[in-house]
Design a protein around this ligand. Sequence first.
Ligand SMILES: C[S@@+](CC[C@H](N)C(=O)[O-])C[C@H]1O[C@@H](n2cnc3c(N)ncnc32)[C@H](O)[C@@H]1O
Length: 238
Amino acid sequence: MTHEILGDFKAYSLAGTDQEVRFITSVLNLKSGESILDLYCGYGRHAIELAKQGFAVTGLDATQDFLDIAAQKAQKAMVNITFQQQDMRELNYNQQFEAVINMFAAFGYFTDDENANIIKLISTALKPRGLFLIDLLNRDWMVRNNLNRYWRHPSGEYVLSYKVQLENGIATMKRQLINQVTGTKIQYDFVLRAYSLPEMANIFSNSGLSIIETYGGFDGRPYSAETPRMIILAKKDT
Ligand SMILES: C[S@@+](CC[C@H](N)C(=O)[O-])C[C@H]1O[C@@H](n2cnc3c(N)ncnc32)[C@H](O)[C@@H]1O
C-alpha cells in the first residue's frame, strides 16, 4: 500500500458523510421537522446528521451492535432518534414518513421476490407523494473498476480491497479488509443482487413508485455507465 493510495483514502473519508448528507437534504428538500426513515442506518452516520438538522429521524437496522453504537453517538450529539432493530423484510409502517433513505448499497441481500417486496413495504411506509432515495452500486462500473476502497468500520479504520464478478445479476465481491493499525487481513466474499436501472424501474412501478431522478454520485452528477453509483430518487404516486 503506497502513501499516495492512503492519501486518496483520507480524501474519500473526509468527503464521505458530509457530502452524502448535503446531497440527501438537497434532493429530498424537506422542511424541518418532517420525518425520515433511514433504512439500514448502520451506526447512524446519516441519521445523526439529519437529526441535527431538525428532521424527525427513525433509524432501522438488523444489527443490534450497530444500533447500540448509533444510539451512543446520538446521545453524544444530543439528538433524539428513534432506533429500531428489525429485518427490512418485516418493515411494518403505514404512511408514516415523508421520506425513506437507503444508503450505501444496503439493498439486494435477499431473493428477487423478497427484494421486490421490501420496495412494496417501503412504499407503504411512505405518506402519499413521499420520497424514496436509494443509493446503489453501479454494477457494471464496479466490474470494470476493481479498486481499493476506504471503509469506515465502527471498530476502527480499514482499507477494503475488492474484486467484483457479475453473473446473472449477482455481484460477488471478493473483499479483503486490512486493519491499518495491526496490519491484519481478513478475506471474505460478499454477495449482492445488483439490479440494473430498468429492473429497478420495473420493481418501483409495481410498488406505486415513479422514478423522478437518477444520479451517478453524491456530487449530483447524472447517472451513466461511467458513474460509480446508481442513486435513484422516486416518488410515491398517491
Ligand atoms: C452497507 S451497510 C450501510 C449502512 C448505512 N446505511 C451507512 O451508509 O453507513 C448495510 C447495513 O445493513 C444492515 N443489514 C444487513 N442485513 C439486514 C437485514 N436483513 N435487515 C436490516 N438491516 C440489515 C447491516 O447491519 C448494515 O448496517
